[in-house]
Design a protein around this ligand. Structure first.
Ligand code: ADP
Ligand code: MG
Length: 256
């Protein structure tokens, strides 16, 4: 079933801010191993949805289930520990730390010995640290940021920082990856390259991907299925080609 394995089921999700209903009973399901796009005009509630899925915001009503387990109401670190990783619409790297250290932070969930004991030079911790560093370098190569590993993340060009964000999320080896506008501000070549990396990562790491994206070309290229939000409500849901022609969707984008 969709709810088993790495499937995601969002049911009746409602989020309110003072005087504003940002999400109003939104439901959708993401089949395991697929790329699912969440689209809609500005202010539709896409980032709010990600913030609930990753535990940053609390829902007023509704539920989120992943891999058969309940995520609703769990703290961000608990959700991360269950294999959910995300990137942010606005880059959220630790700018003064090196790219390598940012990616090592992304591996935190997998580090049994922990970073504190790694500092004590216990043999097992040292071995684990070396193993994680090797994997981080592999992922950096995969995403195309290995040349930047030693540089403070904040000094990188914008497009490279977006790729580091993706690499940091991949470093967690998540089973559910939430990507919030991964190609915003990138040029055409960078966009295509990012799409290839996401598809290759999905196949290699056996992930389910939920993607917020404005670029319809990217959505068409990447998504198996699309859910469309407008003013916090779901207005369409289906295969990308169908959703793109849906009159309600066309209206929302023209009116927005
Ligand atoms: P999208 O990502 O689709 O552009 P958002 O989820 O960021 O939309 O925002 C949906 C609505 O919720 C917007 O009207 C936005 O202003 C509001 N909103 C989002 N986060 C907050 C917050 N922390 N406090 C108050 N209002 C918020
Ligand atoms: Mg947003």
């Amino acid at each position: 079933s969709v709810d088993g394995a790495n499937g995601l089921t969002v049911t009746g999700l409602t989020v309110r801010f003072a005087g504003l209903t940002a999400l109003d009973g939104v439901s959708f399901t993401v089949a395991p191993g697929t790329v699912h796009a969440l689209i809609g005009p500005n202010g539709a509630g896409k980032s709010t949805c990600f913030n609930v899925l990753s535990g940053v915001y609390r829902a007023a009503a509704g539920s989120v289930r992943f891999g058969g387990g309940e995520l609703t109401g769990l703290a961000p670190h608990r959700i991360a520990a269950l294999g959910v990783a995300r990137t942010f619409q606005n880059i959220a790297l630790s700018g003064r730390q090196t790219v390598e250290d940012n990616l090592m932070l992304g591996r935190h969930r997998l580090t049994r010995a922990g970073f504190a004991s790694a500092g004590l030079r216990l043999p097992r911790a040292r071995r684990e640290d070396a193993r994680h560093r090797a994997r981080v370098r592999e992922i950096a190569r995969f995403v195309g940021v290995d040349e930047h590993l030693g540089a403070p993340a904040g000094t990188l060009p914008y497009g490279a920082q977006k790729r580091v964000e993706l690499a940091r999320a991949l470093a967690m080896e998540p089973s559910l990856l939430l990507l919030d506008e991964p190609v915003a501000g990138m040029d055409g070549g960078e966009r295509r390259r990012m799409a290839e990396v996401v598809l290759a990562a999905r196949a290699d790491l056996d992930m389910t991907v939920l993607l917020v994206e404005h670029d319809m070309g990217m959505v068409m290229r990447l998504a198996d299925r699309v859910t469309v939000l407008d003013f916090g409500r779901r207005i369409a849901d289906g295969p990308p080609g169908e959703v793109q022609r849906d009159p309600a969707v066309v209206r929302a984008y023209l009116g927005g």
